[in-house]
Ligand binder design. Structure first.
Ligand SMILES: [Mg+2]
Length: 210
């Protein structure tokens, strides 16, 4: 075996992204405008039904949604819907049903998308038609805009301890201000042959994290 270069083990892109998140937080955390946004967005989840709360992103985490004509080759939609004057094609990520069912036994599950409600509800109504899976749906209006980013800041949630919340998102920037609570997941684009990330997420959140 050839000798290994230790620098090859480091994902510098990831390191730089985490540093960027950290710096973004440092630049903005004590700023009045930011604090005011957090206060304005504040909300409560209500009665606690599990010890821990799992906050799931939607796009590219639970589903791949593509504008008509923008689907990658090999993209087979689970369903499609009309939106504005176009069509959106959605593929559910493999193991989604299993993940929501298994994780729902351990966590109260909230979905938090940076998408707008009129769009997101069309997808969430398919995933959770009876509204029994997601304790709450949160949209772009709950994100805090920092520089050009929509940040999901856990500080807006008033009735849960930080330590009891986990946020899963394909974009690390979403939880830039709560890195210790974040679990990144690979982006689901919908043309993957054999995507098992939600299966891995189940084990991770059942065993490693809980
Ligand atoms: Mg996403």
């Amino acid at each position: 075996m050839s000798s290994m270069d230790p620098s090859k083990l480091i994902d510098f892109e990831l390191v730089n992204l985490i540093k960027f998140c950290h710096d973004l937080h440092q630049r903005n955390k004590n700023n009045d405008e930011y604090e005011e946004q957090v206060m304005m967005q504040s909300l409560e989840f209500g009665k606690k039904t599990k010890e821990k709360t799992l906050i799931l992103d939607m796009d590219e985490t639970l589903v791949a949604a593509k504008f008509d004509g923008k689907q990658p080759k090999g993209f087979v939609p689970t369903f499609s819907f009309d939106f504005s004057d176009t069509k959106i094609h959605v593929r559910l990520r493999p193991y989604l049903t299993d993940a929501l069912e298994k994780l729902g036994q351990l966590y109260e599950i909230v979905v938090w998308t940076a998408g707008v409600q009129e769009y997101a509800d069309q997808i969430l109504d398919r995933i959770d038609p009876e509204k029994t899976i997601f304790k709450k749906r949160m949209y772009r209006t709950s994100c805090v805009k920092v520089e050009q980013f929509f940040i999901k800041d856990l500080d807006i949630i008033l009735d849960r301890d930080k330590e009891s919340m986990v946020i899963v998102d394909n974009s690390i920037l979403s939880f830039a201000f709560d890195l210790p609570n974040g679990v990144p997941i690979n982006s689901f684009m919908g043309d993957e042959k054999d995507d098992k990330d939600l299966l891995y997420l189940i084990s991770f959140l059942e065993e490693a994290f809980y």
